[in-house]
Design a protein around this ligand. Sequence first.
Ligand code: HEC
Ligand code: HEC
Ligand code: HEC
Ligand code: HEC
Ligand code: HEC
Length: 194
Amino acid sequence: MSDSTRETGTVRAGDSGSGSGRGGGRRRSRQVGLFLVGATLLVAAGLFSPLAGRPVTQPIAFNHHLHVDELSLDCTDCHRYVLTGARATIPNIEVCGECHVEPLTDSAEEKKLIAYVESGKPIPWRKVYRVPDHVYFSHRRHAALGGIECKRCHGPMAEQTQPVTRPAVRITMDACIDCHDREGVTHDCIACHR
Ligand code: HEC
Ligand code: HEC
Ligand code: HEC
Ligand code: HEC
Ligand code: HEC
């Protein structure tokens, strides 16, 4: 991965040199330069560790299969901004509390949930999928405008009986660009790095 990044980085640097006659070329190459410095610092600071696949443990053992397949909820009933915003967001006590006020089961996990709902304290969910801050990714663009199924990037979530501890599909620059290649979508650095 880092090899091909370096390769494409080199191509871009050459591009902007020869294209400096064009209006945005110079500003763009400066932005990319700044971005590269920033990215190097981020890598040095080890902020990419979630991408390296350290397993994540969630505060409540949420069961997707139960809620999606057995109770017939839609992804968008809980991930409410996935078709309209950049972030899908992970639902919290406001959403869970619509159904879980009184115990529905004798599950210890549900007891934990009700304690959060009653105290009004948000559940400290952790994100498994993430891109670094210098990458722009929009769910609306992909899931709504592009019509791409959640499964292609997240695997079969409706079958999960336990929270995922690592990404089912790794989110890397190569993976983004592979699909953009197949779909004829842009490779421009600035589209993804703002
Ligand atoms: C009842 C609410 C609910 C429904 C319905 C639901 N989810 Fe979730 N989802 C959650 C919760 C809570 C988490 C965080 C805990 C976990 O990872 O299981 C989560 C986590 C995720 C994650 C991991 C996000 C991350 O970075 O940690 C993905 C991906 C996801 N859901 C996709 C889906 C898809 C696709 C569907 C529909 C097939 C769906 N969800 C339906 C509540 C829901
Ligand atoms: C639309 C209603 C609805 C929403 C919203 C909902 N649930 Fe549930 N949930 C249920 C029902 C109904 C059951 C009981 C199913 C059964 O009888 O086994 C349940 C069961 C559970 C259980 C106990 C079973 C188990 O897997 O241990 C947990 C924990 C749970 N839900 C967590 C959550 C969380 C966390 C959220 C918010 C992200 C949430 N639920 C949102 C309806 C809902
Ligand atoms: C083209 C790939 C792709 C598709 C399609 C996609 N996602 Fe994602 N998803 C991602 C990436 C990349 C992230 C990390 C984004 C970030 O860190 O900003 C993510 C993060 C998430 C998260 C964690 C919370 C958040 O907002 O960052 C949830 C939940 C989620 N996706 C649910 C869904 C659901 C539900 C669908 C289908 C309706 C879906 N995703 C479709 C790539 C995708
Ligand atoms: C389709 C989206 C996309 C495009 C286009 C893109 N990138 Fe990336 N890039 C990413 C994502 C996502 C990451 C973070 C994940 C990773 O490191 O693989 C990243 C990470 C990087 C990193 C730091 C990662 C590392 O450790 O190697 C650099 C440097 C980088 N990109 C440079 C570029 C340059 C230069 C271009 C243009 C030739 C470019 N990118 C085009 C999505 C993209
Ligand atoms: C499974 C295929 C697929 C994957 C994986 C994917 N994309 Fe895309 N992307 C698309 C498609 C298709 C579009 C065009 C959607 C539309 O019709 O507007 C798009 C559009 C975009 C755009 C808007 C481009 C423009 O012209 O302005 C950005 C930015 C983007 N993707 C970033 C990313 C990043 C960052 C990743 C990786 C984290 C990623 N994409 C992964 C298929 C994908």
